[in-house]
Design a protein around this ligand. Structure first.
Ligand SMILES: Cc1ncc(COP(=O)(O)O)c(C=O)c1O
Length: 426
C-alpha cells in the first residue's frame, strides 16, 4: 500500500541544477534512513524476513521524471509500460500523475483497470495477442492495440472488429540494451499489404507505432523510425484510413534523455503535422531510479591454495541473484556496482589506504553457476556474512522478471519513502 500520493510540484528552469542536487541529497538521506529502519525491524523478525532482499522505493523520483518528461517532450503523452515494473504503488502513482498505460497481457490490463484507469488511457501494445486476450480486451473496452502481421488482423476481425489499430513497424537501435526488432515490427515493404488487408476486413487503422529497443543510444534510430512512420501514414491515407496517432514506443533512458528528446522533437516536427496525437511507451525511464535494492550476504568463500595464487577474488554469496532481481546482469549485461551498507554506528571504509582494497565476486543463492551478479566488486572494507549490499537504480525489469527457481521466493518487500518530506533538511 502507498501511504501517500504525488504532491503537485512545479520547478523553474533557473533553479533546476540546484534542485536536482538538493533532491539527490534528500533522496539518499531518505533511502538510507529507511534501510536503517527496515533492518532494525527485520532483525527482530523470523528467518524468512532476514533471507529476502528488499527494495526502498522513492516515488517522488517518479514525479521528478514526469516533470522532466513534460519539460522535454510536452506534446508526447507517456503510456507507462507496465511490464517494466508492475508494483501497484508505482502504477497508482503514475495514474495520479496522469500517464496512460501500455499493457501486454490480460493480467496487466486487469492490474491497471483495477486501479480505475479508464480503458481509453490504455494501449494494448503486444502485436501478437492470444484470441482469448482479444476477447477480454473487447469485454473491458481496451480498444487501442498494435498489430504487425496478417494473422493478427484475422484474429482481430473475428474477436474485436471495432478495435483501434496501430501498425507496429520495424525499428532498431544498434546500441540498445535489448533489441526488439527481431521479434516484432512489420518491415516497411510489407506495410502496404497489411494496411490493404485491414481495409478489406473493414478494420480501423488509427496510427503507427514502433519501439527502437530498450535502452536506446542513438537518435538516428528514432529519426529513421519516425521517417518510416510518416511513409506508413501516407500509405494508410492513400487507402482510405485517417490515421491520427503516432506511438514512438519506449527506449528512453535517464542518461541521454534530454539529447534524445530534443532530436525527437525535431524529427516529429519535420515529418508530422501538429494535429497528429503523439504518444510513447516509456518503462525504464520512469521506474529505474526510484528503486534501491538491499541484499544480504549469506556466505563467503575465502580463496585458498592455487586459486588464491592465481589472484581470484574471494566470493560473496547473497540472498538475491540473476534468477531473482538481477536478471539484467544476463539480459542487459549490466555491471552491478554495490555499496557496502553502513549505519552511522559503523563507519564505511578505513581511510584512503583501504580504497577499493577488498575485492570480491558476488553470486546469487541458487545452485546454478550462471547466477553471478558481479565478476568483481571492490569495497573499502572487508565484507562479512550478514552484511548488506546496496544497489541503486534497480526499478526496471527487476521485480517483474524475478523467478522462483530453486525454491527461492521471487518476491521482495518494498518500503516506500517520500524524500520530498525531508524538504529543508539538506
Ligand atoms: C511494446 C513495448 N513498449 C514499451 C516497452 C518499454 O520499453 P523501455 O523500458 O525501454 O522504455 C517495451 C519493452 O520491452 C515494449 O516491448
Amino acid at each position: 500500500m502507498v501511504p501517500f500520493l504525488p504532491p503537485a510540484m512545479t520547478i523553474c528552469d533557473s533553479d533546476e541544477a540546484q534542485m536536482d542536487a538538493n533532491h539527490q541529497s534528500r533522496h539518499n538521506k531518505a533511502v538510507n534512513l529507511s534501510i536503517d529502519r527496515y533492518i532494525e525491524r527485520v532483525s527482530k523478525r523470523t528467518i524468512e524476513g532476514e533471507t529476502k532482499s528488499f527494495f526502498i522505493a522513492d516515488l517522488t523520483q517518479v514525479t521528478r521524471q514526469h516533470m522532466r518528461w513534460m519539460r522535454n517532450l510536452p506534446t508526447v503523452r507517456p503510456y507507462y509500460a507496465v511490464k517494466c515494473n508492475s508494483d501497484l504503488a508505482l502504477l497508482r502513482w503514475l495514474a495520479s500523475l496522469g500517464t496512460g498505460f501500455d499493457c501486454a497481457s490480460t493480467q496487466e490490463l486487469s492490474l491497471v483497470l483495477d486501479l480505475n484507469v479508464d480503458p481509453a488511457n490504455i494501449i494494448f501494445a503486444n502485436p501478437v495477442k492470444a484470441p482469448a486476450a482479444l476477447l477480454f480486451a473487447r469485454e473491458v473496452g481496451a480498444a487501442r492495440m498494435t498489430f504487425d502481421n496478417l494473422d493478427e488482423l484475422d484474429k482481430i476481425a473475428s474477436s474485436f472488429p471495432e478495435a483501434q489499430l496501430l501498425l507496429r513497424i520495424y525499428a532498431s537501435d544498434d546500441g540498445a540494451l535489448v533489441s526488439l526488432g527481431e521479434k516484432f515490427g512489420a518491415q516497411l515493404d510489407t506495410t502496404e499489404q497489411l494496411i490493404a488487408r485491414a481495409w478489406e476486413l473493414r478494420l480501423n487503422v488509427v496510427g503507427v507505432s514502433f519501439h527502437v529497443g530498450t535502452g536506446a543510444k542513438s537518435s538516428g534510430s528514432f529519426r529513421k523510425a519516425i521517417q518510416d512512420a510518416g511513409v506508413v501514414f501516407n500509405r494508410a491515407e492513400a487507402i482510405g484510413f485517417q490515421p491520427s496517432i503516432l506511438d514512438i514506443g519506449g527506449g528512453f533512458q535517464d542518461s541521454n534523455f534530454e539529447y534524445m528528446a530534443s532530436a525527437i522533437r525535431e524529427f516529429i516536427a519535420a515529418h508530422f503535422p501538429p494535429n497528429v496525437t503523439i504518444i510513447a511507451e516509456p518503462g525504464r525511464y520512469f521506474a529505474r531510479s526510484a528503486y534501491t535494492l538491499v541484499s544480504q550476504v549469506i556466505g563467503r568463500r575465502h580463496q585458498m591454495g592455487s586459486v588464491a595464487d592465481e589472484g581470484l577474488p574471494d566470493m560473496l554469496y547473497q540472498n538475491d541473484g540473476v534468477y531473482g532481481n538481477f536478471m539484467n546482469v544476463v539480459m542487459e549485461k549490466e555491471r552491478m556496482v554495490p555499496q557496502l551498507y553502513s549505519t552511522s554506528r559503523k563507519p564505511e571504509g578505513q581511510g584512503e589506504e583501504c580504497k577499493g582494497k577488498y575485492r570480491y565476486s558476488i553470486w546469487g543463492p541458487t545452485c546454478d553457476s550462471i547466477d553471478c551478479v558481479a565478476r568483481e566488486a571492490t569495497f573499502d572494507s572487508e565484507v562479512q556474512v550478514g552484511d548488506r549490499l546496496v544497489y541503486h537504480d534497480m526499478g526496471a525489469y527487476t521485480i517483474t522478471t524475478a523467478t522462483r527457481f530453486n525454491g527461492f521466493s521471487g518476491s521482495s518487500d518494498i518500503v516506500y519513502v517520500n524524500s520530498e518530506a525531508l524538504s529543508g533538511q539538506n
